[in-house]
Every structure is written in C-alpha cells, then in structure tokens.
Design a protein around this ligand. Structure first.
Ligand code: GLN
Length: 349
C-alpha cells in the first residue's frame, strides 16, 4: 500500500509537471466564439502532439474484451454550439461508451419523469467511493447514490419506460443516437464479455432492488445497463454528444432538439458531482467542467454555451479515468478559456 501510494504520488507529480510545462505560455483568456477555426484547430493539434507519447495508465481489464483494445488509440474532437467540428488524431476507431452512457440514460429518464427523479429517487451527492462500490450502497441502504456510479446508474436504467425489454432498449439506443447525430450500434464482443463477467454489477442491481430502489426486475436492469455501456462511439460522436449538452439539448450538427433545454443544467450538475467518480473533485478543481468518463477510455466534457469536447485513449489511471483524455481536455479547455467559473472582472466606474 505504501509503495502504491508512493508510485501514485510520483505519477501525479509527473503529469502535473507535464501540464505545467505545456501551459507555461500565457493563457489566451479567449472566448471560443471569437476564435478562428485555425486557432482552435492548432490547440487540438498541440494537445495531440504533446500527449500522444504519454505512456502512463493501463487498459481496463476487469472486462476481458477491454484489455484487447489498442492502447494507442488517441482521438480528440470539439464541437461548438454553432456546429463547428474540430478533430485531431484518430476519428475512425470506435470504443465502447461505458459509463459515459450513464449521462444520456439519466437525461432520458429526466425527459420522461422530470429532473427531480434524481435527487428524490437516486441521490445526487458524490459517494466518494469507487464507481462500483458496494460499501457506498450499504452506508445508506442504497439511498444517497448518484446516477454517475453503477448503483445509481442501474437504478436509473430500471426507470426507463417501455412495454418490453426491446422497447426499453430501443428507447435508450435511439436517445444516444440522437445525441450523436447518427445511428449508433452495440459492440457485441464487449457486451458479451461484460455480460459474462458482471457478477458484481448483478449483485449491485439486486442489492438496490432489496433496498427498494429498483422496482422492476433488477437482472434485466443490469443487463440493459451492460448493453448501453457497450454502445460503440468514436471521438467525434462523443464530442457531438457533449456539444449537444453545451448547446442546451439541441444537436449542433444534426439541428435536432434532443432534450429540453430546461433539463440540461441538472444533467451537467450531476456530471460535475461524480462524472470522474472519486476524482470528480480534483477534475472540477482543475477544469471547472462537468464531465464524464468511461472505462473504454473516453471522456466527454462540457463548457456550457462554448463547446463540447471529447477524447478517447484507453489507458486509465487508478480511479478509472483515461490518462491522456484528461490531459488533452484540460489543456485545450484552459487554452480556449473553457472554465465557466473564470470571468473577466467588470470595472466599477
Ligand atoms: N460497464 C462498466 C461497469 O459497469 C462501466 C464502468 C465505467 O465505465 N466506469 O463496470
């Protein structure tokens, strides 16, 4: 344990140093809307070049199929509310969306039931525990969870309406597809691999059922949750999905309204509380951005009204968050003035 902590602190110091050096040039304190395409593109290109060689972290391997994914995949994309799309690196490779799906299934339930299902039915505080913690469930008998961690996410998936499993599933897949602006598909090998090895999530689903937070068949809820985690996406898809949240629920690429603008603030607030699990506080401190990661290596982040950004790079840190995706998004957002807490003081006459 001591040795692990030691390695972790060296690792943190090394990445902090890398970012500090990268950001040493003065910040542009920019407003994305006023930046030219070339300026924005060059920031993405810089991030790709700077972080492509980072070799910390490792692919998730508790889902066997994820260990097989090419660790060198690295793609970054950014979408603005007026539909400008920027990308750097790999836009072809698709990875499973994993926990990033928690955001969109939660948004679907908010559309169906209203946003208050979250604080009233699931919880919106951070658990401060790993994403598949059973201790966190036990602490309050399944209340005070969060839709961004497995227990809260499985309970959230169990609430999606539908007359049959197929009906529920189609609503979830269709909702994700509308966010991405194209028909998404499931990565069948990943789904099969996780379905064969997700006994821990099955236990979480049953425990949430036992405590009355799931009212339908918990095994079905866990199975549908597993399938939603297996939806395949590339970096551009994730950026369009994030861009839709940055644009009040209107997909800036397809022009379709995907969710009501009035529900978006609550989606973003919940992402901010636990989107990067027990490292959500550190992330928010560094970037100010609501974000969500997945163990497939993707991260989406939203600068409301400014941009949606996403990156994919499979190797993860100890909390289960992509090392390179965090570095790239933090760097780009700082260069583009994406932190919503950062304002120019108004001079008083
Ligand atoms: N499907 C994964 C799980 O439930 C998702 C976890 C994640 O991306 N953090 O374990």
């Amino acid at each position: 344990m001591i040795q692990q902590n030691f390695i972790a602190s060296i690792w943190r110091a090394a990445t902090a140093l890398l970012l500090a050096v990268a950001l040493a040039s003065p910040l542009q304190a920019a407003d994305v809307a006023s930046m030219s395409d070339r300026e924005i593109q060059s920031v993405l290109d810089e991030a790709l070049e700077m972080f492509a060689g980072v070799d910390q972290g490792a692919n998730a391997d508790y889902i066997p199929a994820l260990a097989e994914v090419d660790s060198d995949i690295f793609g970054i994309a950014l979408v603005t509310p007026n539909g400008r799309v920027f990308s750097a690196g790999d836009m072809e490779s698709e990875v499973s969306i994993q926990s990033i799906s928690k955001v969109f299934t939660m948004a679907l339930v908010m559309e169906e039931e209203g946003v208050d299902f979250a604080p009233e039915g699931v919880g919106v505080d951070a658990t401060g525990q790993v994403f598949n913690s059973i201790v966190a469930i036990e602490q309050y008998k399944g209340s005070e969870m969060n839709p961004m961690v497995n227990a809260g996410a499985i309970a959230t998936t169990s609430r999606v309406s539908g007359d049959s499993r197929d009906d529920i599933w189609n609503r979830i897949l269709d909702f994700h597809s509308r966010f991405a602006g194209r028909e998404l598909e499931v990565n069948e090998p990943v789904y099969e691999s996780e379905a064969a090895t997700n006994q821990r999530n099955q236990a979480i689903g049953r425990l949430m059922y036992a405590y009355g937070h799931i009212e339908s068949d918990p095994d079905q809820a866990t199975d549908i949750y597993t399938e939603q985690c297996s939806i395949n996406v590339n970096s551009r898809d994730l950026a369009v999905m994030a861009g839709t949240l940055a644009n009040g629920g209107l997909n800036p690429v397809s022009g379709q309204t995907v969710m009501s603008a009035e529900n978006v603030p609550e989606v973003l607030a919940i992402m901010a509380t636990a989107g990067l699990y027990d490292d959500a506080g550190k992330w928010l401190y560094r970037t100010g951005l609501p974000a969500k990661s997945g163990v497939g290596g993707g991260i989406v982040a939203v600068s409301p009204g400014q941009f949606g950004i996403a990156a994919i790079a499979p190797p993860l840190d100890e909390a289960g968050n992509s090392v390179k995706s965090q570095l790239a998004i933090e760097y780009i957002s700082k260069k583009l003035g994406g932190n919503p807490y950062e304002v120019e003081p108004v001079e008083v006459e």
